[in-house]
Design a protein around this ligand. Structure first.
Ligand code: GTP
Ligand code: MG
Length: 394
């Protein structure tokens, strides 16, 4: 970056640094932190990041800003591009997350890594209109608003070239969002907004950070009604690269809504784990009847095969859905499968042990079986959560 740009940068945010300048150790001229951090979640956006920074630079003249890319270990060279940019321009920062996925959690981590009083979130594929950022900032600086949202649904906003089915799905998701946000926000699915730091601080511990919909999460986690304003923008086509929105995004969305509705009573991951477990029982019975009834294999052999098929099914589906943000691949998948089957085998022993104990003490067979199943599911959930899908992603 040119020296003159740094000078402008320092002048704008000098008020934020007066405390630091009083410190005895601040012998050289301190470089003030920016007033606006723009958080960009990225996953395989190699051919978009340079153009995005160029456009930010163009539209944010006179503003003290930085951009924080939060990248989930892209494999297409995005990281190298961002590092190259960052070496030449200290306004460009990078957080690389390993063994993790998720747009919402990436945005939250980016916001927490900044000290700026104003925080914006924008996609990395240039679909959002970055030219709204200066207006968002000046509206927030007036002091009455908590958050300014880029909306595709207010007058003069549009979905761009979305086909009918995608527009219908987005409208349905917007309607469903009313279950958890009473606000008359027209575009809670928007991923483009700017907020004051205090707004994040007030609700950061209540966020679900599941899936793609961080704005909805912020509104639904609010202890009080947020003062917001929506600005229209026209959703553009992707500049380069491919969409990361897959068929499982709908599942994430339902989990986010469920977490907001019942998460304070029971963890939503546990609900998902139990649903998958129920599906596993059906698979078990199907395989068992195929082997034992139709193929006339011995019962013990059929039961053993059915058990391992059901466990593998459960592991695969939980890896794809319940633990989508920590999903395992390659060797880690195999190691995860081994730990999952070991833990679930102990869970099955506990299940049978508890159920037999209760049955022998004249508890009816149905309550005894349910108690056994509950103990087994809770054990399996609690232990695989720690060992199979550990947060550290090891
Ligand atoms: N860090 C991180 N970023 C992600 C992840 N998934 C998507 N992103 C980024 O989030 C932004 C939005 O994702 P897109 O795939 O463009 O989703 P979308 O805009 O709703 O869908 P399209 O209109 O099809 O592009 C992009 O900058 C992605 O690179 C993820 O798991 N981790
Ligand atoms: Mg996009």
């Amino acid at each position: 970056m040119k020296a003159s740009e740094y000078d402008a940068h320092a002048t704008v945010s000098s008020s934020a640094t007066c405390d630091v300048q009083e410190h005895a150790w601040a012998v050289s001229e301190p470089v003030p932190s920016p007033e606006l951090s723009i958080i960009v979640p990225t996953y395989n956006e190699r051919d978009n990041v340079v153009e995005l920074v160029r456009k930010l630079d163009q539209c944010l003249a006179g503003v003290s800003w930085e951009v924080i890319f939060v990248d989930d270990d892209s494999s297409d060279g995005t990281l190298e591009r961002i590092r190259t940019l960052s070496r030449g321009d200290r306004r460009v920062r990078l957080i690389q997350r390993i063994g993790r996925r998720g747009l919402s959690s990436a945005c939250v981590e980016g916001m927490l890594a900044s000290t700026a009083p104003y925080l914006a979130v924008i996609d990395g594929d240039l679909q959002h209109d970055e030219r709204l950022l200066p207006r968002m900032l000046s509206l927030l600086k007036q002091g009455d608003l908590d958050i300014v949202v880029g909306s595709r649904y207010v007058a003069h906003g549009s979905l761009g070239e979305w086909d009918k089915s995608r527009a219908a799905i987005s409208r349905l998701a917007t309607k469903l969002s009313r279950l958890v946000i009473p606000a008359d926000l027209t575009d809670p699915m928007s991923g483009f907004f700017m907020l004051r730091r205090e707004v994040l601080a007030d609700r950061v511990r209540k966020l679900s950070t599941i899936g793609f919909k961080i704005l909805l999460d912020l509104f639904a986690s609010s202890p009080r009604k947020l003062n917001f304003k929506e600005l229209p923008y026209q959703f553009r086509n992707r500049h380069a690269g491919e969409s990361k929105l897959d068929s499982v995004a709908g599942w994430d969305y339902v989990m986010l809504l469920l977490d907001k509705l019942i998460g304070h009573i029971v963890p939503v991951r546990f609900v998902a784990f139990a649903i998958v477990g129920g599906m596993g029982v059906l698979i078990h019975l199907l395989v068992l009847s195929a082997l034992f009834e139709w193929l006339k294999r011995p019962f013990v052999e059929s039961q053993a095969v059915a058990t391992y098929v059901a466990m593998t099914f459960n592991f695969t589906i939980n890896n794809l859905l319940t633990y989508r943000d920590r999903r395992l691949a390659g060797w880690r998948w195999l190691r995860g499968w081994i730990s999952f089957t070991l833990v679930c085998s102990i869970g099955a022993l506990a299940n049978v042990g508890i159920a037999s104990y209760l049955y022998q003490r004249d508890t009816g067979w149905i309550p005894a079986a349910i108690a056994g199943i509950l103990v087994g599911v809770v054990w399996n959930y609690a232990v695989t959560r720690t060992y199979t899908w550990s947060k550290e992603g090891k």
